[in-house]
Design a protein around this ligand. Structure first.
Ligand code: TXA
Ligand code: MG
Length: 316
């Protein structure tokens, strides 16, 4: 049966909530990227996510809840975790915390780990859906494993096919996945760069330990897999694009490229973040021989943008 993209009206949100309660998967917008959600307490429903994404089952999922109070039912919060939740929830922050034994979340969601990843999204459609279904929702990004995350409802249908019900809430405003913080005792550890810049987290925590630079720190299992990879070769820090390039520009575009895809003409990192995955998809659809990307400054959201670009170029 073929599913249309459903505009995220109150009626369609209620319909999607009923489907989630019945054990189906539904894609919905968040402020970061589109998620592919299922009832986190129903292992069979969660298994449908792994099947749709062709995702390795050892890679755990984020559990989405409507507020911090709900999150406390699933995990033990450290003092620093409390501060981060107060500062950034609802919003694009995921906290990985010790799981409470009474949490009803299925083991498949946490891949059998003793920790659980929790996020309170602030997108109004995600909020309305969580409240309408009254369930914690396990939701990875709604793409096949190895593809860039979807920032538009149409990307979800392109990536996962038209069997999946998609609530269309327009373009995801931030365009980069949530920042993930784990804990070593109460010491916060950056597990994934994302839509909240490191500097903004460090205002609350002080200097953050970095899992990828300090190999003895706990890691996010998903960081090991090939990710964000377009089909064409990707070249980074290109200042003189060639005629055969699809060029992702930052600031005024130089002459020479066959196709120019502006990440941000005014050189704003927030705008570049919101355009990144869409431009990678568009570049991949051109007849260019390779995707070339302008240098992106490495401060603020630029650090996360460069992380995703290195993965797209497969140089990490
Ligand atoms: O913005 C986002 O975070 C989006 C939206 C839909 O919420 N979701 C998302 O999910 O990016 P996903 O599955 O694509 O990435 C989740 C990451 C994976 O790298 C996974 O390994 C890690 O979170 N993760 C989940 N549970 C974990 C845990 N208990 N310990 C460490 N890492 C965990
Ligand atoms: Mg993902």
């Amino acid at each position: 049966m073929s599913m249309p993209l459903l505009p995220a009206t109150p009626e369609n949100i209620n319909h999607a909530a009923a489907r989630l309660r019945a054990g189906d998967v539904v894609s919905f917008p968040t402020e970061t990227v589109y998620g592919l959600g299922a009832n986190a307490t129903n292992g069979e429903a969660v298994a449908k996510i792994f099947a749709a994404k062709t995702r390795p089952k050892i890679n755990p999922l984020i559990t989405h809840v409507p507020d911090a109070e709900s999150a406390h039912r699933h995990a033990l919060f450290t003092p620093t975790a409390e501060k981060l939740a107060a500062a950034f929830w609802p919003g694009p922050l995921t906290l990985v915390l010790p799981r409470k034994s009474e949490s009803p979340v299925a083991d498949l969601v946490t891949a059998g780990l003793e920790t659980i990843a929790l996020r309170v999204p602030r997108h109004p459609v995600a909020q309305a859906l969580l409240r309408a279904c009254g369930l914690p929702l396990a939701a990875p990004s709604a793409n096949r494993s190895g593809e860039p995350s979807p920032t538009d409802a149409t990307h979800v249908a392109e990536s996962l096919g038209d069997e999946i019900l998609v609530l269309d809430g327009g373009a995801a405003p931030m365009g980069l996945e949530s920042t993930i913080i784990g804990f070593d005792g109460d010491v916060p550890v950056l597990l994934r760069l994302g839509a909240i810049a490191r500097e903004d987290i460090e205002i609350i925590t002080g200097r953050l330990a970095d899992a990828e630079r300090e190999p003895e720190r706990p890691r996010a299992p998903g960081r090991m897999f090939r990710h964000y990879a377009p089909g064409k070769p990707v070249a980074l820090n290109v200042t003189a694009p060639q005629k055969s390039d699809a060029f992702l520009s930052f600031g005024p575009a130089p002459q020479g490229a066959g196709h120019v895809l502006p990440l941000s003409e005014s050189a704003r990192l927030e705008e570049a973040a919101s355009n990144l995955f869409r431009m990678l998809r568009l570049a991949d659809k051109t007849n260019a021989a390779r995707i070339a990307v302008a240098p992106i400054p490495s401060h603020g959201l630029g650090e996360a943008i460069n992380d995703r670009l290195r993965r797209a170029a497969n140089t990490t």
